[in-house]
Design a protein around this ligand. Structure first.
Ligand code: ADP
Length: 487
């Protein structure tokens, strides 16, 4: 193998050092953030990984651009971190990205069989792009690197790297849920994805439920064997299957929300709300976020609990995403219509129950809005984690906190039991939870918030990175473990 001397043997004093400090972290994800999106303000994977990305790290993936003939990866450096990006051809964009990743895999992983659109040429494009990424990345690797592959676009990348002789430690983390094995088995060629990802040393999931589903699928579809709760054996190789919940920079977000509280945008919202209570929802405009069901719940709330009419304003911030996919355009038109119907029927000349915006809102502004909200209404039909729920808790004033109403189908619900946990399909139950949240006494709000905040501050983005990377270093075997430095 081309990787002798994993971890190296350097230094002059007799001591044990961890080669982790020496080994370089290589991140691979579908999209590499553009330079303006690489700051802690921008959100997304750049924020989640901020603590793992040290000077010297390499981040590899798609540039976000399309070109007829993608050349060798473009290398850029910023704050000591190297970014290697490659364009997609229009055909690759269509098959790998729009087709298999977003129209087949994503709906399946989020349990939405009805939205799954499988085409053989999309699957072929997916496998080819994974192979091309591996072929472009392999020459950039150095002995001792630890490679961390992110998300469902790149299931077959670990296997493609191994085919090219890469012996480095490879970790894979899935940000979405993993559905029950029987559901996953619906996907044509699902076993190819499983085999590709099982070439990693560590495979990570947001929740214990997702991990269990993945292990079942690997056992049933590949004949893997389970050893204990976190180990699979396949073809004589050991794969650690771990749970690593993604978190946020809780203290940073709290500070952002405190300073944004005084900003013009927040003050304008506060003035327009007046004495009414603000119920806030923040999502990407996506099928999994349960927006039609949420509008239904708001309607049920106004019918079942009319005493709150004129005393509440709902605000839905829904950033439009994937608007070049027909299914997403339909969803947007549907929600536009539902919001219009609701406001038309329930609104009054001087009161609009549901405010709705699809224009992007800056992250600090959102943090200010969240601090202002009496209720955070977070009701996805299914979600890997849902960081908005954690951001809402971090943004609250602990002396007078708002209440989180959270879907039981968000990964976040596994550790946020002190929220009012609801089934988002049951609009009547969500309506009643809203009534309870709005009427909740201060001491109960404080107790629930304190418990939730403790969890959000424990399970941070930094803890996620450190936890996953520790698993990766351990799983890489003795060559990557502690090395003795000769005196
Ligand atoms: P997902 O990853 O499915 O988009 P999350 O709830 O985990 O959902 O959100 C990820 C990040 O995107 C969070 O930091 C959140 O604040 C941000 N975000 C979500 N919706 C919006 C929006 N409408 N405008 C701006 N940022 C958003």
């Amino acid at each position: 193998m081309p990787y002798p001397g994993h971890g190296g043997r350097e230094g002059s004093e007799g001591m044990l050092i961890s080669p982790r400090e020496k080994s370089r972290l290589v991140i691979v994800s579908n999209r590499v953030p553009a330079p303006q999106d690489r700051s802690a303000q921008a959100g997304g994977l750049a924020v989640v990984l901020a603590d793992g990305l040290r000077p010297g790290s390499l981040w590899f993936g798609w540039s976000g651009k399309r070109s007829a003939e993608p050349a060798a990866p473009t290398l850029q450096e910023a704050r000591g971190i190297s970014y290697a990006t490659t364009d997609l051809t229009p055909a690759e964009y269509q098959t790998y990205y729009q087709g298999f990743s977003n129209s087949a895999l994503y709906p399946l992983l989020l349990y939405r069989l009805g939205l799954l659109r499988f085409r053989g040429e999309d699957f072929d494009g997916y496998c080819q792009v994974n192979a091309r990424f591996a072929a472009s990345l392999a020459p950039l690797l150095r002995p001792g690197d630890r490679i961390w592959v992110h998300d469902y676009h790149l299931f077959t990348l670990p296997g493609e790297l191994r085919k090219r002789g890469v012996a480095a430690a490879i970790g894979f983390f899935l940000h979405t849920p993993f559905p029950p094995a029987g559901l996953f088995a619906v996907l044509p060629h699902g076993e190819v994805l499983l085999r590709g990802v099982c070439a990693a040393d560590v495979v990570g999931f947001q929740t214990a439920v997702d991990r269990g589903h993945f292990m079942d699928a690997a056992i049933e579809m590949l004949g893997a064997r389970r050893r204990g709760e976190d180990t699979l054996w396949l073809d004589g190789r050991r794969i650690r299957v771990v749970v690593a919940p993604v978190g946020i920079d809780a203290d940073g977000f709290a500070a952002m929300s405190r300073s944004a509280h005084a900003a013009t945008a927040t003050r304008r919202l506060a003035e327009s709300i007046g004495e009414r209570a603000l119920v806030l929802s923040v999502d990407r405009l996506d099928h999994t976020k349960g927006l039609p069901e949420r509008v239904g719940a708001i309607e049920a709330f106004l019918n079942r609990h009319p005493q709150w009419r004129r005393k509440v304003n709902f605000l839905q911030v829904a950033a439009a995403s994937r608007q070049d996919v027909a299914e997403y355009q339909r969803l947007r038109r549907n929600i536009d219509r539902m919001v219009g119907d609701l406001n038309g029927q329930a609104g009054e000349p001087d009161w609009t129950p549901l405010r709705y915006m699809t224009r992007p809102v800056r992250r600090p502004t959102l943090a200010g809005f969240q601090r202002l909200a009496r209720v955070g209404l977070v009701t996805p039909l299914r979600d890997g984690m849902n960081l908005v729920a954690k951001e809402f808790i971090a943004a609250q004033n602990p002396a007078d906190p708002g209440v989180l109403v959270l879907s039981k189908f968000a990964g976040a619900a596994e550790t946020m039991a002190d929220a009012l946990v609801v089934n988002p399909f049951d609009t009547g139950a969500v309506a009643d939870a809203l009534d309870r949240a709005l009427g909740m006494a201060l001491d109960e709000r404080q107790a629930r918030h304190a418990a939730l905040l403790a969890g959000v501050r424990r399970e941070t983005a930094a803890a996620f990175c450190a936890g996953f990377l520790a698993h990766l270093s351990r799983a890489a075997g003795p060559a990557m473990g502690l090395v003795e430095i000769p005196a």
